[in-house]
Design a protein around this ligand. Structure first.
Ligand SMILES: [Zn+2]
Length: 60
């Protein structure tokens, strides 16, 4: 898996929570993805690589 790094404009430097897939308390990787003509951030467990949630910046 390619590490993309955290987006500069999101306060996402430290996210640690329990993963529902592997049950471990792990960090999160972020990846920007296109969804419905907007860029959202998919969060991946650093332990098992499962996508845990997506962050929608929403209209600003
Ligand atoms: Zn996991």
């Amino acid at each position: 898996m390619v590490a993309v790094g955290a987006p500069k404009d999101a306060d996402a430097a430290v996210v640690v929570e329990e993963c529902s897939e592997c049950g471990e308390t792990t960090g999160r990787d972020f990846e920007a993805v296109e969804e419905d003509d907007e860029t959202v951030y998919a969060l991946f467990c650093t332990g098992c690589g499962a996508e845990t949630k997506r962050l929608h910046p929403g209209p600003s």
